[in-house]
Design a protein. Structure first.
Length: 154
């Protein structure tokens, strides 16, 4: 199939990667691993990051199997962005944070550690440093009250 039109350029399909259905987010979507859920609809899921870089660090994932943004359909991308915006507004309101970082990484070289496309929503306050990611697991019991605040702000 030749790639053409849509502003993607000639080689946009070379970025498509094989999807690993055993990645941790795929297991969360199948209910094999628990999560502290913030929001869910037919196309997306938002939940607390168990290795938060800041209080309220939330992840948003599509339900479509896609390793990175290049693998996700336009409809899946639109749903992912819409949910990210919705949840980011709720995080900002619930935690009264003056700023938010939205991070979306593609590929190992960019720092992507889970091979399922996702957005990080990280609340930011001046003078408070980010924790290192993937170093320390948070107690889900401590994440639930923060999640409840965010859910209430949706």
């Amino acid at each position: 199939m030749a790639a053409s039109g849509g502003g993607h350029g000639e080689n946009w399909m070379e970025f498509v990667m094989p999807y690993d259905p055993n990645n941790i987010f795929a297991k969360i979507l199948r209910g094999e691993i628990p999560c502290v859920k913030i929001y869910e609809d037919v196309r997306t899921l938002a939940f607390m990051d168990v290795m938060p870089q800041a209080e309220g660090h939330t992840l948003v994932i599509p339900k479509d199997p896609a390793e990175n943004i290049f693998d996700l359909s336009p409809g899946g991308t639109a749903a992912l962005i819409a949910t990210t915006q919705l949840v980011a507004k709720a995080v900002k309101k619930a935690l009264a944070c003056p700023g938010l970082m939205l991070i979306q990484l593609n590929g190992e070289a960019a720092g992507q550690s889970v091979k399922h496309v996702h957005f990080h929503i990280i609340p930011r306050t001046a003078g408070i440093d980010l924790k290192f990611h993937a170093r320390e697991m948070a107690d889900p019991k401590l994440l639930e009250p923060i999640a409840a605040k965010i859910r209430a702000a949706l």
